[in-house]
Design a protein around this ligand. Structure first.
Ligand code: ADP
Ligand code: 5GP
Length: 193
């Protein structure tokens, strides 16, 4: 039987906890891999090229865009981000589930082009106030950047209706258990098909 993995598209306003939660999923669930996006944004302290993102120049990004190397891409907070087609397709063909942690614009492109076999999950913070606190605690952005991220967060929340599941990340452990059960239930569904 030639089985294919599933694409899990996870979106959330910046600071809602999608990286923390998805990293835990990948650590704990065998057969799930995370796609490492390409971006033109500056590397933050502590980030590793090839692990957190592949950091490339705008010229390089545009070249790859021309040669259709992305399954989706978007400009977010003034920087380009894209999901590499080759990695995603080769892992799906090896029956691995692939997690994309991408913004709502990219998720809508996947919805349009890949609808079958995709699961769309939106991670929500308990409130905008919590979101501000988390972004401040993360210490990776200036107050100006945090304010603009919060403004965009409110806009992103209007896309919630296009997602299959929503997970509120209040207590981290509870949110993780919910997310894990969505992954497991979706895999069981696939195995039945
Ligand atoms: P995102 O990837 O969505 O931008 P992160 O995973 O980087 O968000 O999380 C933002 C910050 O919030 C990090 O410092 C993280 O440790 C913290 N965080 C994540 N989930 C929770 C939670 N449930 N409660 C409190 N802090 C959290
Ligand atoms: P950050 O720079 O804070 O890591 O991410 C900023 C935003 O870009 C987040 O909403 C994140 O999900 C999104 N993002 C990261 N990689 C991709 C990608 O490959 N495609 C799209 N469309 N968005 C991405």
């Amino acid at each position: 039987m030639n089985k294919k993995g599933r694409l899990f598209v996870v979106s959330a306003p910046s600071g809602a906890g999608k990286t923390t939660l998805c990293e835990e999923i990948i650590k704990r669930l065998p057969g799930v891999v995370r796609s490492v996006s390409m971006t033109t944004r500056e590397k933050r302290p502590g980030e590793k090229n090839g692990k957190d993102y592949s950091f490339i120049s705008v010229e390089e990004f545009k070249k790859r865009l021309k040669t259709k190397e992305f399954i989706e891409y978007a400009k977010v907070f003034g920087n380009y981000y894209g999901t590499p087609k080759k990695f995603v397709e080769s892992n799906l063909n090896k029956n691995r589930d692939v997690v994309l942690t991408i913004d709502v614009q990219g998720a809508m492109q996947i919805r349009k082009n890949f609808k079958k076999g995709c699961i769309f999950i939106f991670i929500l913070p308990p409130s905008i106030k919590h979101l501000r606190k988390r972004l401040e605690k993360r210490k990776t952005d200036s107050t100006k950047v945090i304010n603009s991220r919060l403004k965009i967060a409110k806009k992103e929340l209007t896309f919630l209706k296009y997602y299959d599941y929503e997970v509120i990340n209040d207590d981290l452990k509870t949110a993780f258990e919910e997310l894990k059960s969505i992954f497991i239930a979706s895999r069981c569904q696939r195995d039945k098909n």
